[in-house]
Ligand binder design. Sequence first.
Ligand SMILES: *Cc1c(COP(=O)(O)O)cnc(C)c1O
Length: 344
Amino acid sequence: MAIDLRSDTVTQPSKGMRDAIASAPVGDDVYGDDPTVNSLEERVAQLFGKEAGLFAPTGSLANQLAIRMLVAPGEELLAETNSHIVRAELGAAAVFSGITTRTWPGEHGLLKASDALEIARPNSGPYLVSTTAIAVENTHNFGGGTVQPISEIAALRKGADELGLTLHLDGARIWNAHVASGIALSEYGKYFDTISVCLSKGLGAPVGSIMISTKERVTKARVWRKRYGAGMRQVGVLAAAGHYALDNNIERLADDHRRAKELAVAIAAIDSRLIDPATVTTNIVGLDLASSSLSASEFAQRCRDSGLWLSALGPKYVRLVTHMDFDDAQQEQAVEILKKSFVA
Ligand SMILES: *Cc1c(COP(=O)(O)O)cnc(C)c1O
């Protein structure tokens, strides 16, 4: 069996999760009749101290519904250069919502409030694009699972308030940030107008994201979700997996973080230029192959030929992501394969 570290989305629903799916009470969610969806939306909203939530099939859609509520066509959303909203949603903000973006670069995706605030241009008049919102990704995926400092989030909120801007949190992996930092989900929730979270990453559900905000924004977003063709029917079978994931799979993310750190230490021992283990604080291990004669895709192929799957995400950048279907024995094997596959 191959060891699959391409993403934390590759996990299989466990027996307990499948049992929860099988026994979920359901109804037609387009009519608001699915009790399992309704309770999941309420539960996740409450975790973050917000009024309401909306179940979405993907994190991309949850992000897109959220930013659509904050930014009008022709207005501007600011985000970090390598953020998922900018790089990995296929231009959806522009295509669906007429939103333009401008970006600031952050080392490992790390948020510095001043970087975002310095390029913000609200109320730019009739000739220039007006900034209306800023997006923060926590943890930062392409940054290598970076946890955003709560002090910078607070500073960004303060600056955004002074400029009359709204804030969106792309919290696909906010659970990882919460476990790594010990900061409460409700504390993260305080600073943002809209939030998206994924149940299908480290939490191990097969499908599901929640967009969270005020009742008013969520009511509007529900109309847009239907308009985009994502009004779903007896989808409590999926929401049940989400409940199960929240009950069972948050605290165990600490194991994924430990294994990612151990992997990083072992990889740095192969060649210290591949990664600085100090930068690994959650479940993502990003390798810089600048010191190797191999391209990222060549290295990924060599690993794959030996039974280890990882993602080549740039010419010289590969990503390994630990998850609930990856154990200590596989970790030992993975390190052996990485050693054997690396060429200086
Ligand atoms: C995975 C991810 C999403 C959403 O991805 P989907 O594949 O659309 O569910 C959004 N933001 C970040 C940072 C992600 O890693």
